[in-house]
Design a protein around this ligand. Sequence first.
Ligand code: SF4
Ligand code: SF4
Length: 325
Amino acid sequence: MNDKKLKTFLAGVFDDFKVFAPAKNDGKLVVGEVAKAEEIDWSGQMPVNPWKKVFLPSEERLFSANGDKLVENKNIYPKVVALGVNVLDLRAFTLLERVFADDVYYQKRRRNTVVVGYSPDWPIDYKKYKVFSHNFENEILEHLLFDVFIAKLKNNNFAFYSGSIEGQKLLEKYNISDYKNIEYIGSTPKTSVDRKMLQLQEKVAKSADKRIWNELAKICLACGKCSIVCPTCFCFDLEDKVDPENPGRIRKWGNCFYNDFSRVAGGYKPLDDVKQKIYFWYVHKFVRIPREYKMPGCVSCGRCSKVCPVGINIGKVIQNISKIK
Ligand code: SF4
Ligand code: SF4
């Protein structure tokens, strides 16, 4: 990465922030903390793990009980940059921003985080990501939330975009003046609906009694790996710590494949077998999220298919559901 503007930008962020970026670790592309720019992988390939841990740690203490007071945990918000987030992961981030719009813990982290998107080719060829779940728009950036976006052009130069006041301030601080401002106009185009998303929504909603779920339930181990790596799985559990030294409340990632996920008082579990669990997972992604947020709950990143120990491939499952009469 020899581009002068990019070098200046990187020097600035490494001086000012704790940097999270995709980097190779034991041959795998992983999102994690990086110490220097040379470690960053600029291929634009999909990292094995999602970015959600930057905003939603897998476990965090929300508050402690001290005498008769509840003391908020405030020591957890360093200045962070999420650097090199590809467009599908920015899609997932855009969804999280809406889901956690009123969540104080998420928002505090978000305010201390600069999100820098990146594409190794511009305009983006979505075929390389094997997108299967919905259509993507032409004006990509207007439908994504980010602070700064960096695009590698065909002539090997880089174009910079700002998507927020924070992004603008940062670019100007690092003396990058020839950037474009992008105004977010919503997660989907106003002029047309995503027909593919709506058709799929209807198909999945009406498929509860179809054979496909029995077949998947026979092979799915309910190991929950797909949910752990999914950038749009955002369910969490709250747990009160019964600890005489340090009582308080923690929040940790939930997983709808695990047995306790749906247990309510009295021990009743609405999701009590694998068929119910796997159907629930698909309904959340392809029915409930589109209904509530008007955007797909799956960004087609393919992570879940890669980690599934029994080879369940979400793209193929979606294809089969689409064929159901
Ligand atoms: S990773 Fe595969 S086997 Fe494990 S819960 Fe998900 S679909 Fe089932
Ligand atoms: S492809 Fe799988 S991991 Fe990626 S967003 Fe969709 S459901 Fe989640």
